[in-house]
Design a protein around this ligand. Structure first.
Ligand code: AHG
Ligand code: MN
Ligand code: MN
Length: 334
């Protein structure tokens, strides 16, 4: 890449505006608003240790999880940014019990709804380990101009218009797809812009990394136990044993697997019989991206993107990543 000849996220969005049938400037503006929210959260994350915004917020979300101050800040930043942007009529967030109807003079006329995990990997906030933001965009099913309804969010992932994530890592990156491949942008702090750094991302069909919390192995389905055991066997021709890499921020684990090849596994556990990760704002957006990059995302019995949601905070088991690795695990789960 010529370092003086960059494509910014804004330029890229405008160039690709015609990819979404029926979408015009509104959709581009919504993506731009998400980019602005991501930059603002990135700034807060980067100075968190100085700004007394580490630690607990002293509240719980609907799932009984302690909210960190940055969970709350990230959520508010997103809501404020999308409210001001005016292209979103409602948001479903991990941090809010119910979906939020955006309250600006233009929001009622907006045709998009957004599902977000404003801060993914909360347990890593206080220890300076990569965290992320996950988002997805749908066109509402209720008529424009009326009050948004929960059915606007209960659309299967295969109806998604766009999804992406932001990783606050050694650099901040925004990776997104509108259903025509996956592109990654790195935040250049010097100019305050996301710049195209990873065009047309493809996940290798086979990797040698598995991302799984092995602390849960005793309660894992037999197929998962068999797969992990297989990964650990020594076999030169297939490059085994594979490496375990699990940091506890799905965005970070997923991002590594997307670039290098690998599989991310979060099955049902005794504590979470439906798995831990939430369909609307964690599994579906990542499933959309991994499929767009040539990989697979499954619950073990069905394609993640085909599930019709029935709860905003519904959880599902998830197996996603490199095609051959996920296929092999799915065989063992049968
Ligand atoms: P969140 O911080 O948004 O609640 O999500 C945390 C998720 C996910 O990022 C990660 O992969 C997983 O929880 C880790 O869970 P375990 O500690 O149970 O492995
Ligand atoms: Mn999360
Ligand atoms: Mn979160």
């Amino acid at each position: 890449m010529n370092r003086f000849n960059v494509t910014t996220l804004g330029q890229f969005i405008t160039e690709r505006q015609n990819e979404i049938p029926g979408a015009k400037g509104e959709f581009s503006r919504l993506l731009r608003d998400i980019g602005i929210a991501a930059k603002t959260i990135s700034r807060e994350v980067n100075r968190a240790g100085l700004a007394e915004i580490l630690g607990e917020a002293g509240s719980e979300n609907i799932q009984g999880e302690d909210q960190k101050k940055l969970d709350v800040i990230g959520n508010n930043l997103f809501i404020d940014c999308l409210t001001r942007g005016g292209e979103t009529c409602a948001i479903a967030s991990e941090e809010n019990d119910d979906f939020i109807i955006l309250n600006s003079p233009v929001s009622a006329q907006a045709k998009y709804v957004v599902a977000i995990d404003p801060l993914d990997g909360s347990s890593n906030i206080d220890v300076n380990v990569s965290i992320g933001t996950i988002f997805s965009i749908y066109e509402r099913v209720s008529p424009v101009g009326t009050a948004p309804i929960k059915e606007d969010f209960f659309q299967p992932g295969n109806k998604m218009l766009a999804a992406g994530y932001v990783i606050y890592g050694t650099s901040t990156m925004l990776v997104y797809s509108t259903g025509n491949g996956v592109n990654g942008f790195t935040l250049d702090p010097g100019i305050g812009e996301f710049c195209l750094s990873h065009p047309n991302m493809k996940i290798p069909a086979l990797g040698k990394t598995y991302s799984y919390n092995e602390g849960n192995i005793l309660s894992a389905p037999e197929g998962v136990k068999a797969y992990i055991n297989w990964c650990q066997q020594v076999d030169k021709p297939t490059n085994r044993p594979y490496s375990a890499r699990y940091i506890g921020s799905m965005v970070a684990d997923f991002h590594r697997n997307l670039l290098k090849g690998g599989i991310f596994i979060y099955p049902a556990t005794t504590k979470s019989p439906n798995g831990k990760l939430r369909l609307l704002y964690e599994c579906n957006p990542m499933a959309f991206i991994v499929e767009q990059a040539g990989g697979i995302a499954s619950t073990g019995t069905q394609r993640v993107l085909d599930i019709v949601p029935n709860d905003l905070h519904q959880r599902v088991p998830v197996y996603m990543g490199s095609k051959q690795m996920v296929e092999q695990l799915l065989d063992l789960l049968k």
